[in-house]
Design a protein. Structure first.
Length: 94
């Protein structure tokens, strides 16, 4: 049985996408499916843009060549507002 795309290393996933053996959409779908299974336990996401992630993956899949070294690799961005940053800083001094 083939390894689920979300279990591949980033470098292996990029290689497979470059060789057209893996689509960015398949990788994103696998990641979103795993997040869906685990989010109720880990509560790691404040917001998740399923539709936007899939649209971007479709655009990348249509490109003839990779756009960069992380072409098609889903990434999470930690958003820290100034309010949260000051809370963290004040707590760390205690």
């Amino acid at each position: 049985m083939a390894k689920s795309p979300n279990l591949l290393s980033a470098s292996e996933a990029v290689r497979r996408m470059a060789d057209k053996r893996l689509k960015a959409v398949d990788l994103v779908e696998a990641c979103l499916e795993r997040i869906g299974r685990r989010e109720g336990q880990v509560h790691a996401w404040e917001a998740l843009d399923h539709e936007g992630a899939l649209k971007r993956a479709e655009i990348l899949d249509r490109r003839a060549r990779p756009v960069g070294p992380l072409h098609g690799i889903p990434v999470a961005v930690k958003d820290r507002s100034e309010e949260h940053t000051s809370e963290l800083q004040s707590q760390s001094t205690i």
